[in-house]
Ligand binder design. Structure first.
Ligand code: GLN
Ligand code: ZN
Length: 767
């Protein structure tokens, strides 16, 4: 029996983010279309050569994208919304980028904007931090095959001497991700399937033998429409002249297993990292004729695999049938190459594997299975040694942390008193007016702020000079907030690079890469912190800056922290203990910080949980368990304070209805949320649920440069007043202001403060 290796997809941005820079040059007009396309082709060639050299047998093509693979699929199917003015099947590069990013219209002499197009909606790809462009379908939508990028790229590889297995996003996943405006996307199933048949026909014609067809939707709870669509789809596509590797990832097939394993396809890929337990069920359900592809190394995380442990499981299987070994999912979600890291220390480095190293691991497994363990003895020994070291290293396992976690009591998650009493105590200390005004934390990260930070990181600016710079920025921000008439101030977060990284860098147990970029959307990449060990807080992290800021004013300045769940969800986390255990450790560290801020005199402390909702598991049956421990961890971080200390949180999204009881259970005193774009509709849910504490419904959308008027803010707040009692309401923007310019922030906040004053006057009249 033979074992081969597939990669399912390789990072597109390039080892040094070459794609990002090529795109930005093109968008700014400094490079031509030809130059952009040449750079992209160069990246594809390099990726094929690299994967081949590393020992991959099944090279992917069409895993590359100039922006997003879901958008690519939509464009190939001709699903282009009318507003972009391209007939179905006729999108050029300008249309493609208009869908991805929108266009900025020209301004005429009177400052009126013309013909600016909004981008397609963007949202998270399953439970990853990768964002895709949501396909948009309307009644009477015309679909037609556009230029078939995947056929072009298959041919391109072939001309270079690489036989590839094109990656095609499956029709049922594509339709499930699509948003129908006035139409159910599944009404278009047959039309879409017709186009898929044509695509597979063209691939076969070009010479493709196998196609990787991705249907990650198979790991979710499916409804009857989706099941029927899958049956119908694969009955049709299975008859095409290419072999299909039906590819599932991000979880187990569970109740969809027997269904998936009997679809008329030639191969099935399963994720054995997220769902190792499904292996034996898969083996039982999969007929001999089905080529199995086992996702055995983690495509979602940065840990090195324990190869001998894997071989123990794989050897008996490889003795009886052909196998493909692969990462659990595309390698899109991990950084490219560990060898580029120069600042990680040796001990941590030996625990890690990025995309390149993961393909190497797969090749080692392949050789061990095909030629015996002796053929890769050195590689196996190194892997075993690293795994053993990770199990015992004192860098990871900190006794003091374990003891502290063991000593957590449920009382530590309870505030001393209930809402009524706390509200009274806080009112006394803070003395805020009705409709208090505040902001979410950050102020513009101007070019000067970013430049100073870069100079500091490069060593061109010393500690004292950088501190001085930040001090001046902070003082200016405080003075301006006082003048603007805001009631509760913030220090502005000028010293922070990123709301998670800033804390990770000061906690033990986190490592940071220099080149570990992962695509977030389009040209945007992030470098997630690596949480490798037990977490503790060696010293206070934010108290000095809070103290500096409070020193400039008599008005209350909020302490500003990132919450444990958000720190967890935006990092690469340990796989040697449950997420919840890591979260609890972070919660204790944040708790220390909260108490230090309180001891320093902070009267209000905001603990941001921007990513709490997006951590929801893919299957609904797992939601409650996640929400329970997430809320528990938040409470552990917050509940140590006195009644008079006001705990705020902020969440920058608006889909709360299905998790309202958990939001309530966080037991905060004030929550600020995004509502401006939904016209306060969401507050209805809070009212129905009898949400007891205060809410700052974001009164304007900070994601756009537009400055709101006082009148529209008053109108929005009146809408809010229909659902909530006046004393429950705060007035604030819907998120931090770091991406805006001061010219936008100043008039917007002025309008907001004026609106609050108008509302207060109305309240007096009514009384
Ligand atoms: N306090 C943070 C800020 O204002 C919150 C950011 C966020 O919610 N994403 O920038
Ligand atoms: Zn936000």
């Amino acid at each position: 029996m033979t074992v081969t290796v597939a990669t399912l997809g390789f990072p597109r941005v390039g080892p040094r983010r070459e794609l990002k820079f090529a795109l930005e040059k093109y968008w700014s007009g400094k490079a031509s279309e030809t130059e952009l396309l040449e750079a992209a082709a160069g990246l594809r060639t390099a990726a094929w050569a690299r994967q081949k050299a590393l020992g991959a047998d099944w090279l992917p093509s069409n895993d590359f994208s100039l922006y997003d693979h879901v958008l690519d699929m939509s464009v190939m199917l001709g699903a282009i919304p009318d507003r972009y003015g391209a007939a179905a099947g006729q999108a050029d590069l300008a249309t493609y980028f208009a869908m991805a990013r929108g266009t900025t219209g020209a301004e005429d002499g009177c400052g009126h904007a013309h013909a600016s197009l909004t981008a397609c909606e963007m949202t998270k790809w399953f439970d990853t931090n990768y964002h895709y462009m949501v396909p948009e379908l309307v009644p009477g939508q015309r679909l037609a095959l556009g230029r078939l990028k995947l056929v072009d790229e298959y041919r391109e590889a072939r001309a270079l001497g690489y036989e590839t297995r094109p990656v095609l996003l499956g029709p049922v996943t594509w339709l499930s991700l699509a948003k129908g405006r006035g139409v159910d996307p599944f009404e278009m199933l047959d039309e879409v399937l017709g186009l898929y048949v044509a695509i597979l026909g063209q691939l076969a014609h070009a010479g493709a033998d196998w196609v990787q067809i991705d249907e990650p939707i198979l790991v979710l709870d499916l409804d009857e429409t989706q099941r029927q669509a899958l049956t119908r789809a694969y009955a049709k596509l299975g008859r095409c002249n290419v072999k299909l590797m039906l590819t599932t990832y991000f979880g187990g097939l569970d109740d969809n297993l027997s269904f998936a394993a009997t679809l008329p396809v030639s191969g099935l890929h399963v994720d054995l990292v997220r769902a190792p337990g499904q292996l034996y069920a898969v083996l039982k359900a999969a007929p001999r004729s089905l080529l199995l592809s086992l996702g055995v190394v983690d495509g979602r995380n940065v840990w090195r695999a324990d190869l001998e442990a894997l071989l123990d499981r794989l050897e008996p299987i490889a003795a009886t049938r052909d196998l493909v070994l692969a990462p659990s999912c595309s390698l899109l979600h991990v950084p490219v190459d560990l060898a580029l890291e120069t600042k990680l220390d040796e001990e941590v480095t030996q625990w890690l594997a990025f995309a390149v190293q993961k393909v190497e691991e797969l090749s080692t497994l392949k050789r061990a299975l095909n030629e015996g363990r002796g053929s890769v003895a050195a590689e196996l020994a190194a892997s075993t040694k690293a795994a053993a070291n990770r199990r015992t290293s004192p860098r990871i396992h900190d006794r003091a942390v374990a003891e502290r976690v063991a000593g957590v009591t449920s009382a530590m998650r309870e505030r001393r008193s209930g809402h009524a009493e706390r509200t009274r105590a806080q009112a006394e200390v803070l003395g805020l007016p009705a409709f208090p005004t505040t902001t979410i934390g950050s102020f513009p990260q101007t070019a000067e702020v970013r430049h100073a930070r870069a100079e500091y990181v490069r060593g061109h600016l010393d500690d004292a000079a950088y501190e001085q710079f930040l001090r001046e920025e902070t003082e200016r921000a405080i003075r301006w907030q006082e003048e603007a008439g805001l009631d509760m101030l913030v220090h502005g977060e000028f010293e922070r690079n990123d709301m998670v990284q800033y804390f990770g860098e000061q906690l033990s147990g986190f490592a940071f890469t220099t080149s570990g970029w992962v695509q977030s959307y389009g040209s945007r990449c992030v470098r997630p912190p690596i949480l490798y060990g037990d977490v503790s807080r060696p010293e206070a992290m934010t108290v000095a800056w809070w103290r500096t800021a409070q020193g400039f004013t008599d008005k209350p300045v909020k302490g500003m922290l990132t919450g444990p769940v958000t720190i967890l969800n935006w990092s690469f986390v340990r796989d040697d203990q449950p997420r919840e255990a890591s979260c609890r450790q972070i919660a204790l560290a944040i708790r220390d910080e909260v108490l230090d801020l309180e001891a320093a005199g902070a009267k209000a402390i905001q603990i941001d949980e921007a990513a709490l909702r997006e951590g929801l598991p893919l299957r609904k049956r797992d939601w409650q368990a996640y929400l329970d421990w997430a809320v528990d961890c938040f409470r552990l971080s917050a509940a140590g304070v006195a009644d008079a200390t006001q705990i705020h949180t902020h969440m920058c999204y608006s889909e709360f209805n299905d998790i309202l009881p958990s939001i309530g259970a966080m037991d905060t005193d004030v929550i600020s949320i995004e509502t401006a774009r939904s016209q306060m509709e969401l507050l209805e849910g809070f009212a129905r649920y009898r949400y007891p504490s205060a809410i700052g419904p974001g009164v304007y959308d900070i994601h756009a440069p537009r400055v709101p008027t006082e009148a529209e803010i008053v109108a929005l707040m009146r809408l809010a007043g229909r659902h909530l009692r006046p004393e429950q309401l705060w007035v604030n923007p819907d998120c931090g202001l770091k991406t805006r310019k001061w010219e936008e922030v100043k008039p917007a906040i002025a309008a907001m403060v004026a609106a609050a004053r108008t509302l207060r006057a109305e309240l007096l009249v009514e009384a």
